[in-house]
Ligand binder design. Structure first.
Ligand SMILES: *[C@@H]1O[C@H](CO)[C@@H](O)[C@H](O)[C@H]1NC(C)=O
Ligand SMILES: *[C@@H]1O[C@H](CO)[C@@H](O)[C@H](O)[C@H]1NC(C)=O
Ligand SMILES: *[C@@H]1O[C@H](CO)[C@@H](O)[C@H](O)[C@H]1NC(C)=O
Ligand SMILES: *[C@@H]1O[C@H](CO)[C@@H](O)[C@H](O)[C@H]1NC(C)=O
Ligand SMILES: *[C@@H]1O[C@H](CO)[C@@H](O)[C@H](O)[C@H]1NC(C)=O
Length: 435
């Protein structure tokens, strides 16, 4: 979902510099982002280029090591107490990133395009702590969906080294629009329910292919030239930055070079549903069906969770009610039933968004059901939606928590994050016992 004022935002990203001012209920939030930029000539580093196998890239990155979509990141282990990164000039100047050691709190800092930033040094909180997470792991994520970073090199202190951290053995992909990408939450992508779902489950690799304003129908929606039934098959998103860097020829995502997701969560349609974009019910369901068939073609073993849509609330007399109609509730449920029917399972078809071909999936006998409906009704209340129609930080946490529990109940995934920070600056507490 996107509003008129964010249209300007989408359009301006081409020209503007990122600005890391966080507004909280209309007021500037106090932040203490450290200035981490350094002149690397004064340091003695051991340097690893961006293509080093020790560096794991999370989410979607292109062949130039430029990040795309929501909450992309990098992770590696290291020895010593120093980590610096040189960012390429395809970095959005001033972009806010979050980084941390192990499961400690995130630190946020502005990145300058083409500059080197010293992110961990002996003075950094936690730099000297050891077990239980050994070696030290370093993780960095981009906080905004439209902005990105380019990795040129990672540095550690002279005589120290990077260590490859093996991937966790379970994987989630979230496909969506602004609602999944964290638009209008405090730390944007890093406060979204999609990020929170991945981090909150713990020991889970996650990738969030979500972009504000995008439809699933392959057409222009709020300035995004393509829809997810096309763009999900590509490395870059539909923002101005992508067109600036890749023009009309984005890199198709090489599914063969990346492990399959085990669970794919799809939450898309509020932009299709907006009369501004003029997507018919038929076109919406057709595109959503293609997206599910696309996932099934690329990752035949993945379980797909399709979320029902929510469209905000209005005051009705002495209470609040959900906006009606709720957004193709019956049609989405019907599509899920079709995927679970003998009609589909006896003759499963898959779709490729690059070739635009629908083909038969080769299966022995009958395909196994893989599509689930996640009913969002009753999770959010009127004050979980911010004035610009997106979940608040609290709303995002509620959606993520319910999804986590749904995934545990449905697939038996245990919760492995039992302590690390997930949602930065959400420690609202009361230390007076009586008033
Ligand atoms: C981060 O960027 C914002 C906006 O460009 C700026 O106001 C702030 O001073 C920057 N902070 C640091 C530490 O550079
Ligand atoms: C990284 O790129 C350099 C320069 O193209 C190349 O020589 C090197 O073999 C690459 N390393 C890996 C691990 O791919
Ligand atoms: C960006 O960096 C590359 C590689 O270092 C260089 O070839 C190119 O000229 C730079 N572009 C700009 C606009 O500075
Ligand atoms: C919306 O789509 C219908 C059917 O394709 C078309 O007839 C109509 O002109 C469109 N309206 C707008 C405002 O684009
Ligand atoms: C979703 O949940 C609501 C509230 O429990 C229920 O009324 C509705 O029928 C459910 N929708 C579907 C498609 O199951």
């Amino acid at each position: 979902m996107v509003s008129w004022s964010s249209l300007t935002l989408l359009g301006l990203t081409l020209l503007s510099k990122a600005s890391a001012v966080i507004l909280q209920n209309g007021q500037v939030r106090e932040t203490n982002f450290p200035n981490t930029r350094i002149d690397p000539s004064g340091y003695s580093f051991k340097t690893y280029p961006a293509n080093s196998t020790e560096i794991s890239y999370k989410g979607r990155w292109d062949s130039k090591y430029v990040s795309w979509w929501s909450a992309p990141g990098i992770k590696f282990g290291y020895t010593g107490q120093t980590v610096a990164i040189s960012f390429g000039n395809l970095t959005t100047d001033g972009v806010l990133v979050g980084y941390r050691i192990g499961g400690l709190d995130w630190t946020f800092t502005n990145i300058t395009a083409g500059a080197t930033h010293l992110l961990v040094s002996p003075e950094y909180p936690g730099a000297k702590l050891t077990a239980p997470i050994n070696p030290w792991t370093f993780e960095l994520r981009v906080s905004n969906w439209a902005y990105g970073i380019q990795i040129n090199a990672v540095h550690v202190a002279a005589g120290e080294k990077l260590i490859k951290i093996p991937d966790f053995n379970r994987r989630i992909e979230v496909i969506g629009d602004s609602l999944a990408s964290g638009m209008y939450t405090s730390y944007e992508s890093m406060s979204s329910w999609a990020y929170g779902l991945g981090e909150g489950l713990g020991n889970t690799e996650y990738s969030v292919t979500a972009y504000p304003g995008i439809c699933v129908a392959d057409q222009d929606c709020w300035g995004n030239p393509r829809g997810q039934s096309h763009q999900w098959f590509y490395t870059s998103d539909t923002g101005g930055r992508a067109y600036q860097i890749h023009g009309e020829n984005p890199e198709p995502w090489d599914f063969s070079k990346h492990p399959a997701a085990d669970i794919v969560v799809i939450n898309i349609g509020t932009n299709d549903h907006n009369t501004h974009n003029n997507v018919s019910t038929e076109d919406y369901i057709d595109a959503l069906t293609k997206l599910v068939q696309g996932v099934h073609g690329k990752w035949p073993k993945a379980q797909v969770i399709v979320m029902s849509l929510w469209l905000g609330f209005y005051q009705s007399g002495n209470t609040y009610l959900p906006n009606a109609p709720q957004g193709w509730v019956n049609e989405i449920a019907q599509m899920v039933r079709w995927f679970n029917s003998d009609d589909y399972l006896r003759n499963p078809t898959v779709y490729d968004g690059v070739t635009k071909k629908t083909t038969k999936l080769k299966v022995k006998g009958k395909d196994k059901p893989f599509v689930h409906l996640f009913n969002t009704t009753g999770i959010l209340q009127h004050n979980d939606i911010a004035p610009q129609w997106h979940p608040t930080d609290v709303g995002a946490i509620k959606v993520a928590s319910h999804l986590q529990q749904f995934i545990r109940n449905t697939f038996g995934w245990e919760f492995y994050a039992t302590g690390p920070e997930v949602y930065h600056e959400t420690l609202y507490w009361n230390d007076e016992s009586e008033y």
